[in-house]
Write a new protein. Structure first.
Lengths: 245, 296
């Protein structure tokens, strides 16, 4: 579904991504893990069109995605839940969700958008309860649900999430990640970028490990969870405890 | 002071106040989608009046006003596309200087097109001497036109920003341009649209006040200063605040005439602006916490 080849991107003269190649098949849950500053967000922002790639190719459904305007990417069926949620704070929850389906309304697909709204409310019942509340007054977890709901309103086939666990209590992280994993049965493919490697690998089929702008490791989630390097660097386990097993 | 006189002062204050409010709302619309102050807002008011005056010999008044609004809106769009839209990540200061340049450009163009003569639109109903008696005070029917048009504009704008998809999208762009882009909103189009709407609004104000205040190529600047004062006092970006502050400034000015020579009227506005900027720069009608989040 998504195929990225030799992608290089960055800000002005600073090259952050150095030849990234990643593929995501339809119906898969794929995660990219890595430390702060590894280039994970830069990668997602480039796929979403917010940054222009310096070189390399991005293909979505066998169509090149590299040079189209960012606001058209979402209409192609590829939505990003940005890092830090970025809900429209002074707008109500319902307005936030409506704007998520902006391209549907513009194409006069109101019925589709309303259908999608019911689905989002079913997924996150708390959003229905707070639909007339301003988004800025929601708790962190609720804002994350709203950000995911807003992205789902576009009816994407590929949902990309940038650090959905950031700043949230472990229980909420668990429930949000379970919801994300459940989207698969609705036919949504997931590309999840996380610092919380353990939680991310827990729901993913496959994973990539990114370090300073390059992919250093890839494999199934199970392989990565059992990989000594990954355990040491990203799962917080010491050499000693690994050696003792 | 007799009660008739007080009503007379209040009505004249409310009239000029509602014009200040509408100019301030023009500032707010652009501030809300871009974070900049468009210093050419006063010139949009002048252009609206001037174009309508030139058109009125050839067509009925309502049509001339409508056409003037449309043409000014088009000028707003062209100016934004020519000078601002193509810039990549422009700095706020850069944008503000551009709008100052634009205001000079429009003013000079108006001087060449219409010379320095003072003109005015005919009264919408009646003539200069027609007056309506209300609570013992006499006012021109044009006052009701000004109040009605300004009131209708405020109501329509709040419906537009609150209820329509495009209005919500514009507010989304001001809340978070990046997230708006991710929702599929073309942020640049929304900024151009904000220039169109505020130019149209300015032009409309320019037309309804023209019979009372008259129009010449330089009449935009003082209105822009008053409108800017009102926008600041009401809290930048806050349109309800702008209405309240506009009426307040208008009424204060009107009453100042009874204790000071009329020539000092403008000093009131500038003094209020300076006082608010030094003691409460976020405006009188904005909570401090909200103001703290703004860039300026």
């Amino acid at each position: 579904m998504l195929r990225v080849r030799n992608l290089e991107a960055g800000y002005n003269k600073l090259r952050v991504l150095r030849g990234i190649s990643i593929h995501v098949g339809a119906g898969e849950i794929v995660t990219v893990i890595g430390a702060n500053g590894a280039g994970k967000s830069t990668f997602l922002n480039t796929v979403a069109g917010l940054l222009q790639p310096l070189s390399g190719e991005i293909e979505f459904d066998d169509q090149p995605l590299g040079r189209i305007s960012p606001f058209n990417v979402v209409a192609r069926g590829c939505a990003l839940v940005p890092e830090g949620r970025l809900v429209f704070a002074p707008l109500s929850v319902a307005e936030n969700l409506t704007l998520g389906a902006y391209h549907q309304y513009r194409r006069r697909r109101k019925a589709l958008a309303e259908q999608q709204l019911e689905r989002v409310y079913a997924l996150f019942p708390v959003l229905r309860e707070r639909r007339s509340q301003l988004a800025g007054t929601l708790s962190g977890g609720e804002q994350q649900m709203l950000a995911i709901g807003r992205a789902l309103m576009a009816g994407p086939r590929l949902l990309m999430l940038d650090e959905p666990s950031m700043g949230l209590a472990p229980l909420i992280v668990k429930s949000i990640l379970e919801t994300i994993a459940g989207l698969r049965k609705d036919g949504v493919t997931i590309l999840l970028v996380e610092q919380n490697s353990k939680a991310a690998l827990g729901i993913a089929d496959r994973g990539y490990v990114m370090e300073t702008g390059s992919i250093v490791l890839e494999g199934t989630a199970e392989e990565l969870l059992n990989n000594n390097e990954v355990q040491r660097a990203y799962l917080g386990k010491e050499y000693q405890s690994i050696a003792e097993r | 002071m007799s009660s008739e006189l007080i009503i007379q002062y209040i009505l004249s204050g409310v009239t000029s106040g509602s014009v200040y409010a509408i100019v301030a709302i023009g500032f707010n619309i652009i501030y809300n989608t871009t974070g900049i102050i468009n210093f050419a807002q006063g010139e949009f008011v002048m252009l609206g009046g001037m174009i309508a005056i030139s058109l009125v010999p050839f067509m009925p008044l309502p049509m001339a006003v409508a056409l003037a609004v449309v043409i000014t809106a088009a000028v707003g769009a062209l100016a934004q596309i020519a000078f601002i839209r193509w810039l990549k990540r422009p700095h706020v200061l850069q944008l503000i200087i551009i709008t100052i340049g634009l205001s000079i450009l429009l003013r000079e163009a108006a001087l060449h097109i219409w010379d320095e003569k003072v003109r005015s639109l005919p009264y919408f109903t009646g003539t200069v001497v027609t007056s309506v008696r209300i609570f013992g005070a006499y006012v021109s029917p044009q006052v009701f036109w000004v109040l009605g048009v300004c009131g209708a504009a405020v109501v329509l704008l709040s419906l537009f920003f609150g209820r329509t998809l495009i209005g919500q999208a514009m507010r989304a762009c001001s809340a978070d341009p990046l997230a708006a882009t991710l929702c599929g909103i073309n942020q640049k189009n929304m900024v151009t649209l904000s220039f169109v709407i505020s130019a149209a609004l300015g032009a409309l104000a320019g037309c309804v006040v023209s019979p009372i205040t008259q129009t010449h190529y330089e009449c935009g600047t003082p209105l822009a200063i008053k409108g800017f004062t009102v926008a600041i006092v009401g809290g930048l970006g806050n349109s309800t605040g702008a209405v309240a502050a506009g009426l307040l400034l208008g009424i204060i000015e009107a009453f100042s005439i009874s204790i000071m020579p009329m020539a000092y009227k403008d000093i009131i506005a500038i003094s209020i602006l300076l006082a608010v900027l030094s003691y409460r720069p976020t405006g009188l009608f904005v909570r401090r916490e909200v103001g703290a989040l703004k860039e300026f």
